[in-house]
Design a binder for this molecule. Structure first.
Ligand SMILES: NC(=O)c1ccc[n+]([C@@H]2O[C@H](COP(=O)([O-])OP(=O)(O)OC[C@H]3O[C@@H](n4cnc5c(N)ncnc54)[C@H](OP(=O)(O)O)[C@@H]3O)[C@@H](O)[C@H]2O)c1
Length: 409
């Protein structure tokens, strides 16, 4: 990028999703937007190959996050944090307090008070905290949002979200916090709603609002949270949300499915309905019966998160795509769901298939495909269609929601 001063980025972590951040930053290097100046690898013996590789390319390697923040003052500008969800708040706050801007992975945190700490810190220090919810950098998601903001959908009345994914036990064995509600004394709430499929609840809150760079606030939430895997958190969620803009969202996801379906969303406005699919195009049906198809543009939204952030830092983009203040509504929604539904409940073994598969163990809820299809079509939660293992929960008022506390069973 001619004339663009590359943003100097420090990356924290190596394993799992940190590899995606590395790939995005290296791509930004190729495009001239970024320079990966340092990485923090807290277990250098475990990642000896990565330490050697970074050393060869001249990227400084730190084994302590504090030391990296201290030593890089005046050099590094942006800290990329693909770290564990329960660590997001304090690692973001440390970086902003030390004078750096932050790109933290989704979900921003497990509890709204942690997100508020990040928002306050950003305001106090003047540093930004962008949340890497990459769908807000995805062309089909933004195209719907743009049309909603231009009034083309009329008022958004209902949104349904659905995804069926398969996750073997090895998914929960990749680190120590996966599938946990709390880890090392901090809220984690690791489940589809706050991790793997968090994007799609956030998308719904984003589309519900007719204001650009704004997402609707949940004012009432009802959650039903289940587990079929032998974990502490949930792997299957039905969450109903009513927003301050008057939209009803029904979010239906499982990581105990039989095949990969979705994520898909149906956005119903008074003037149009959109059928959005993560993998395919979006079809909008206008009130007069005509349709518009928006195909995926083939770009990788993970790259766009970094591209947008770098451009913003050099004044070439007016806005970040998902700043922490906007992302707060997602945490309010999931905290409300847990307050409503209580700690996740185990689905009785008679409704679940668990069997060895490959090197790991497969878990599938019997009949989940038909259940998800019916709930999605009718905008209903599992208990509302009388699924035998479902439980009823009460609505929780989240209008002024500021603190999440949960007694774990
Ligand atoms: N946007 C998406 O589509 C997407 C997809 C997947 C995951 N994610 C998100 O990515 C984040 C990470 O998830 P994950 O499953 O990859 O987590 P993970 O397995 O815990 O990996 C985190 C990495 O960060 C390192 N790390 C954490 N804290 C550190 C510190 N203070 N100093 C140095 N290194 C540190 C870990 O080091 P060690 O290995 O030494 O512990 C590990 O390499 C989560 O927020 C998750 O929700 C996003």
């Amino acid at each position: 990028m001619k004339g663009f001063e590359p943003v100097r980025i420090g990356l924290v972590g190596v394993a799992n999703f940190a590899a995606s951040h590395k790939a995005s930053i290296l791509r930004m290097e190729e495009e001239g937007y970024a320079d990966l100046v340092c990485v923090c690898i807290r277990n250098p013996e475990k990642y000896a190959d990565a330490v050697a590789e970074y050393g060869e390319r001249g990227t400084r390697v730190y084994t302590s996050y504090e030391e990296m923040l201290e030593t890089e003052r005046g050099n590094m500008e942006l800290v990329a944090l693909p770290t564990a969800i329960p660590d997001h708040a304090y690692t973001s706050v440390m970086a902003m307090e030390a004078g750096y801007d932050v790109l933290v992975e989704k979900a921003p945190a497990g509890a709204v008070q942690d997100v508020d700490e990040m928002i306050l810190c950003s305001a106090r220090t003047g540093r930004f905290c962008e949340v890497a919810f990459q769908n807000q950098s995805k062309n089909t998601v933004r195209a719907i949002k743009r049309r909603v903001c231009e009034g083309m959908f009329g008022k958004i009345e209902r949104i349904a979200v659905m995804a069926e994914w398969v996750r073997p036990d090895s998914y929960y064995e990749r680190n120590e916090w996966a599938g946990k509600m709390m880890y090392q004394g901090r809220y984690c709430c690791d489940g589809p709603s706050n991790n793997a499929l968090a994007h799609y609840l956030y998308n719904a809150l984003y589309w519900a609002s007719p204001r650009w760079l704004h997402a609707d606030l949940p004012v009432r939430v009802r959650g039903e949270l289940y587990r079929a895997h032998p974990i502490e958190g949930e792997d299957t969620s039905a969450i109903a949300v009513e927003t301050d803009g008057g939209c009803r969202i029904t979010y239906l996801t499982t990581l105990a499915g039989w095949e990969h379906i979705g994520p898909i969303s149906r956005i119903e406005g008074t003037e149009a309905t959109a059928d959005w699919s993560h993998n395919d195009g979006t079809v909008i049906t206008w009130a007069d019966g005509t349709t518009e198809t928006i195909p995926p543009d083939g770009t990788r939204e993970h790259f766009e998160v970094f591209r947008n952030t770098c451009k913003y830092m050099r004044g070439q983009s007016d806005t970040l795509n998902s700043p922490i203040a906007m992302a707060r509504v997602h945490t309010v929604a999931i905290n409300g769901a847990y307050e409503s539904g209580g700690p996740p409940r185990t689905i009785a073994a008679e409704h679940v298939t668990r069997e060895p598969k490959g090197e790991s163990v497969f878990t599938g809820i019997d009949g989940i495909r038909e259940i998800l299809d019916q709930c999605y079509a009718e905008h209903k939660t599992f208990s509302e269609i009388d699924v035998p293992w479902a439980y009823q929960s009460d609505w929780v008022d989240t209008t002024n929601y500021e603190r999440f506390e949960m007694e774990l069973l």
